[in-house]
Design a protein. Structure first.
Length: 202
């Protein structure tokens, strides 16, 4: 088209974009439990639970639906595939976190799970790798301690977080730093990497 061309009635303008999703680990979620009410899976790190930001297909929900067929059978389907019924998210884990994720398979089970979450009757725990020998913390008692501090994400790619006193939070992280109280239980120390594994109870 010439640069002097004037758009006229009936002309169509087409705009094309290419959307590239952030890659994730080549690992399907493992099914831990599948009942009439709930599906429990082990989510690999790197993938979000549901669509967000730059993620649409590389999500736990989409992989369960598109690759593992946790959807209702489409009308008129004659492929003979074994559809396992739709599932609904009832909670989430951060994209960088691996671990157990529950999905509800009925409205009743979804309401029940959310009610338990609201009433704080479901307890969460995490395992984390931290720098240094955690067992040498002076405030450790019987291998446990609680820390109240500001936490902020230093690297989404590496899933690396820092904590600091309010006055010591770097300027670039002050807008997103959050106060948190977490109980830690020391598990073991690896001298080769100078890191410790701790169990965390938020």
């Amino acid at each position: 088209m010439d640069i002097d061309y004037a758009i006229r009635d009936g002309d169509h303008i087409v705009h094309k974009t290419v959307r590239e999703e952030t890659p994730i680990l080549d690992e399907l979620p493992a099914i831990i439990m599948d009942t009439e009410e709930y599906l429990m899976v082990n989510k690999p790190s790197s993938m979000p639970v549901h669509a967000c930001g730059n993620f649409k297909f590389n999500t736990l929900q989409a992989i369960l639906e598109n690759e593992m067929l946790y959807i209702d059978k489409p009308a008129g389907d004659t492929t003979g595939r074994s559809f396992k019924g739709a599932v609904k998210t009832v909670h989430r884990l951060d994209r960088q976190t691996s671990g157990v994720v529950f999905f509800a398979k009925t409205e009743k089970s979804s309401d029940t799970f959310r009610k338990l979450m609201i009433e704080n009757k479901i307890k969460k725990s995490y395992f984390a790798r931290v720098r240094g020998d955690f067992s040498k913390l002076p405030q450790l008692k019987d291998g446990e301690t609680s820390i109240q501090n500001m936490i902020f994400c230093v690297s989404n790619i590496d899933a690396f977080w820092e904590c600091a006193e309010v006055a010591d939070v770097p300027f670039e992280h002050r807008g997103k730093a959050k106060e948190a109280i977490t109980r830690f239980k020391f598990k073991f120390y690896d001298a080769a990497s100078d890191t410790s594994v701790v169990k965390c109870f938020p």
